[in-house]
Design a protein around this ligand. Structure first.
Ligand SMILES: Nc1ncnc2c1ncn2[C@@H]1O[C@H](COP(=O)(O)OP(=O)(O)OP(=O)(O)O)[C@@H](O)[C@H]1O
Length: 857
């Protein structure tokens, strides 16, 4: 490498007018071009005689135009007599990126007024090379430091602080025998939350300059049309202005430089079939002389004899909307994808879409959550306001809903109030607006909703919807359960039960009921009103005067999609009904076998899980990549000011850190990843490839982040109304997330089904508020979880191909069933011990109720 650096330095210092620098492997990397050799006009030649020969200059710059060393080497642009706007077009942004050239092609069709070729036109530069620039600068600087020769130019040399780290990388890391291209791709670009490091190497004088810029203000990106028509006059421009402003330009151009985030403006080819679409303004040059109103790139301009391209108004709108080019390095579908519903699943959706209250259930893995997502889409398409609530934050966020507490405007302290006070408080403007706006309320994981909570919810909804719905007090809605809203309840009463119900008396509130924290089999009595709360009445279906009044249509999903082995399904059904397992079934489960490779341990308590994961993580050698979540809250609900509390940071002194409201999010606040680490996927990524929530794998490497990565399919971009704003937001958040991580790389995971995928950060969005425009709460994070061990509660809803179940410390009925039913098959399941509770009779009241509703099975 030292040889290469020496040759490079010698090349810069020599008088040669044109030469290409090659690496040892023969790749052309850096081409020195004396400007005088390209001067074709006399004027230009004279001008250049006065100035020093300009060698190809390596510059990496961000958005600071004042320190662009090229500014002095471009006097020609100043002399052109052009309108300011056109001048801007031709000069390109001041932060133009000059890169080493592999083969500099002079494109005479893109020349400026004085006919001198544009030295910045590049072609066939592999985008990977673009990233090699910064370390090359370091190498050159190192050459000056290390060689015997005196540096080429001593004066004014400002070197990077040699002993300082720049964004975590010591400049001298690039010295010695290391492959700087490899290092470059890891080290550049290096934006961070503190700002951006920028290093400039000027080939004319060997000067290297290092700047640390504060974090740039949010950039405003807009599209500029290279026509004589002012952009504002373009159809569709105004309509799409808001999202122009919100996305970075990812223009990819034929120049080969690839997408650049520091390029704020692009020129858009108006042809709907153009494979490029977005060109760097710099590269387009005087093509703006093309006749207005629309600009077509050379590839799309009609050939002689061909009909001219005359787009319709909607095509124009579509063209102007598609700022982003078609995916070049498409990120595998980032949005969660869904399987096709079976007949019985479709029946549930249809029944609910027709109206009426529905309770649908089914064993673990029958697709309850899958149906839920489908029916939400269906109801929303009908124009209905759908609210999804769940008893816990984890369950709620898994289906993009909220907790029952948030929906009702409660804090845990609210239950200290007597029921009549709770009803009064629900009349607060914001709460009542939310409760009145709901058309369909979906209650997920109903098995974990206790009857006292459901009763309180019913009462407050009757109160406010009876008074305020339809704008008058008709009283009709007060007589109906939940104030007449359509109720959909789903879950499996054989899974996890309510956690410690009946803390306070519903009627009186006040102090916790004596003995409320005892385990099963209790009867609590209110010391004030003597009301009794029996343990067997904790279930939602036992809510007096509420459940039965709902007059539900009962549907049971029968087809299990998670498992296919009949013996295993039988065992699970026996556990589900809490009947004792036969000896044969027991021994099948407890068969001695080695730990399945890469298996996750399911453990009852959080402490056990944390200990196990930490222990295994520490054993791995190699670099740790730390990913901090990016939480955002956008408030758009002026008539619901109490929503602003959702933007409260979780930690004091970290205003941009995790939000309190996302405390229970299934994506981690912070996740540390290492090569060879076992991970679990936390979302449904690709059903066809078998990558679903719970898919297990091992990290085999990391992929470099590139601002060119795109997520929105070309089809969505080309839609008449433009792409889905949520998709745009996901993409924007993804890029922001990656740019604020200490190392911008994404893990490559080899899954147990032999599929290998790079897993990119995901943005999960929740809409808050009673009506549009909704406030937005979102978390972006790597959808992965360390998976040596997880708790049984966290595993709820997952499908696991390899797991080891530890149930010695299980403390809840249903926990064993939940844990065992995560496994796809017996081969991938190892059971270390079975709890005694498996042999004890289960919740008799649940069995009786299920038989009454669905018949004996
Ligand atoms: N129609 C279907 N076709 C193919 N796969 C399906 C279908 N429905 C559901 N699945 C798959 O079956 C698995 C279980 O689905 P889902 O999580 O919706 O079930 P569930 O009843 O909610 O499970 P649990 O009660 O354990 O949370 C998932 O991997 C899901 O993708």
């Amino acid at each position: 490498m030292a040889t290469q650096v020496d040759r490079l330095s010698a090349l810069v210092a020599s008088d040669t007018t044109e030469e290409t620098f090659h690496t040892d492997s023969g790749d052309a990397l850096f081409r020195k071009v004396a400007s005088s050799s390209h001067t074709t006009s006399e004027q230009g030649a004279q001008r250049r005689k006065k100035s020093k020969p300009v060698h190809e200059v390596i510059t990496i710059s961000d958005d600071d135009e004042n320190v662009d060393p090229l500014a002095q080497s471009r006097p020609a642009a100043k002399k052109r007599k052009l309108s300011p706007r056109r001048d801007r077009h031709l000069n390109g942004p001041p932060n133009e990126l000059q890169l080493p050239v592999q083969a500099l092609k002079t494109d005479h069709s893109l020349t400026d007024g004085d006919q001198s070729p544009r030295r910045t036109v590049r072609s066939a530069v592999p985008s990977s090379l673009a990233q090699s620039v910064a370390p090359l600068s370091f190498q050159a600087a190192n050459a000056n430091r290390q060689s015997e020769r005196p540096p080429l130019v001593q004066a004014n040399v400002r070197e990077p602080p040699w002993n300082a780290e720049i964004n975590g990388i010591r400049p001298d890391a690039f010295a010695g025998e290391q492959d700087y291209i490899q290092l470059a791709s890891q080290a550049w670009p290096v934006p961070s939350s503190q700002g951006t490091s920028r290093h400039t190497f000027d080939g004319r004088n060997g000067q290297i300059t290092s700047h640390q810029h504060p974090a740039p203000p949010p950039q405003h990106h807009e599209t500029v049309y290279a026509t004589d028509t002012p952009p504002q006059a373009m159809t569709g421009h105004e309509a799409n202005r808001s999202w122009y402003a919100s996305i970075p330009c990812l223009g990819t151009c034929t120049c080969g430089v690839g997408a650049r985030q520091d390029e704020p403006k692009s020129v858009i080819c108006s042809s709907l079939t153009c494979p490029i679409r977005a060109y760097h303004r710099q590269c387009v040059g005087l093509s703006s002389r093309a006749p207005p109103p629309l600009w077509l790139c050379r590839g799309c301009r009609p050939k002689p004899g061909q009909a001219a391209f005359i787009p319709s108004a909607s095509q124009m709108l579509s063209a102007s909307a598609s700022v982003l080019p078609p995916p070049q390095t498409p990120i595998a579908q980032q949005k969660e994808v869904e399987p096709d519903l079976t007949v019985e699943q479709r029946r549930v959706v249809r029944t609910i879409e027709v109206g009426g209250n529905v309770f649908y259930t089914g064993s673990a893995g029958t697709g309850k959550s899958t149906v839920l997502r489908a029916l939400v889409r269906g109801l929303k398409n009908q124009g209905k306001r759908v609210d999804i609530v769940a008893p816990s934050g984890i369950a709620a966020l898994a289906v993009n809903g909220t907790t029952i507490y948030s929906y009702a405007g409660w804090t845990p302290d609210h239950f200290k109030q007597p029921l009549h006070k709770l009803r009064e408080r629900a009349n607060a403007k914001r709460v009542r607006a939310r409760l009145c706006a709901t058309d369909c309320l979906i209650i997920d994981e109903i098995s974990m909703v206790s009857s006292d909570v459901l009763m309180r919810l019913d009462r407050i909804m009757r109160e406010v919807r009876g008074k305020y719905r339809e704008g008058h007090y008709a009283g009709a809605f007060e007589q109906k359960p939940f104030g007449g809203v359509q109720i959909v309840a789903t879950g499996d009463f054989c899974q996890l039960p309510p956690v410690r119900p009946f803390q306070y008396c519903v009627t009186c509130g006040g102090d916790p009921l004596p003995g409320w924290d005892r385990q099963d089999g209790r009867v609590l009595v209110c010391p004030v009103c003597s009301e009794e709360y029996k343990d067997e009445e904790k279930w939602a279906f036992a809510t007096k005067g509420v459940w039965d009044e709902c007059n539900f249509t009962y549907i049971e999903l029968k087809e299990i999609h998670r498992q296919s082995d009949k013996r295993f399904i039988e065992i699970l059904q026996t556990c589900r009904k809490q009947r004792p397992l036969s000896d044969a079934q027991r021994s099948l489960l407890l068969t001695e076998k080695p730990d399945p490779e890469g298996a996750v341990k399911l453990m009852p308590t959080r402490a056990e899980v944390e200990r196990e994961n930490l222990q295994q993580f520490r054993k791995l050698p190699g670099q740790t990549l730390n990913f901090r979540c990016r939480d955002i809250f956008e408030f758009h609900s002026p008539d619901e000011p109490d929503l602003q509390v959702k933007g409260t940071p979780k930690y004091d002194g970290q205003p941009h850190g995790p939000l309190k409201a996302l405390n229970d999010h299934r994506f981690e606040e912070q996740i540390e990843l290492k090569k060879d680490m076992l991970v679990i996927l936390l979302c449904n990524l690709d059903f066809e490839a078998g990558l679903v929530n719970g898919s297990q794998g091992r990290i085999i490497g990391f992929e470099e982040y590139s601002p060119a990565q795109v997520m929105i399919p070309a089809k969505a971009l080309a839609r008449t109304n433009g792409p889905d704003p949520a998709d745009l937001m996901r993409e924007r958040e993804y890029h922001k997330f990656m740019q604020t991580q200490s190392v911008a790389q994404s893990p490559i995971v080899h899954f147990t089904n032999d599929v290998t995928r790079t897993i990119y950060a995901q943005c999960q969005i929740s809409e808050l508020g009673a009506h549009e425009p909704f406030s937005i709460l979102a978390r972006t994070q790597m959808p992965l979880l360390a998976s040596w061990a997880i708790t049984c509660h966290k595993s709820q809803g997952m499908t696991l191909s390899r797991c080891i179940v530890y149930l010695q410390k299980s403390f809840e009925r249903g926990m064993a069933y939940v844990a065992l039913s995560r496994a796809k098959n017996l081969e991938g399941l190892k059971v270390v011990s079975l709890p005694r509770s498996l042999d004890m009779p289960g919740n008799e009241e649940v069995r009786v109720w299920l038989e009454a509703k669905f018949g004996k099975t």
